[in-house]
Design a protein. Sequence first.
Length: 143
Amino acid sequence: MSSIQRIRGGIGADEDYWLAIERGELRISRCAHCRKWMWPANVRCGDCGSWEIDWERIEPVGTVYTWTRNHAVSEVLAERQADLPYVTLLVELPQAGGARVAGVLEGNEEHLRIGARVRGRFAGPEERSKGYATIVWHIEEDA
């Protein structure tokens, strides 16, 4: 079990996602009964009602669904001040039923566009990520 202090609030359905990211894996929840991808994670399948959830390992490859360039941060994200400006991506994962996960772009922005192919790498917990391990995305310029 991780020693990282989690943000309080939700139902905890995504804990296995964060633990996998810490191990350098991308895992998305899927109903063990009807096999529907369940993202955002939940404790029960909304289609068949099953409580049995699998966490499928997938390759961290997808396409940019949307993005934003951040030029300012609030006090909630003050740890990111030195990174300004930075780009946050929402990446669609076709191999996981179109699930979308967030992350920060690293590297050249020249080919940044909706639909750009990206590959993720895992970054360990840092102060600027509130102690969470994260996915950092790179644009695959040849795609």
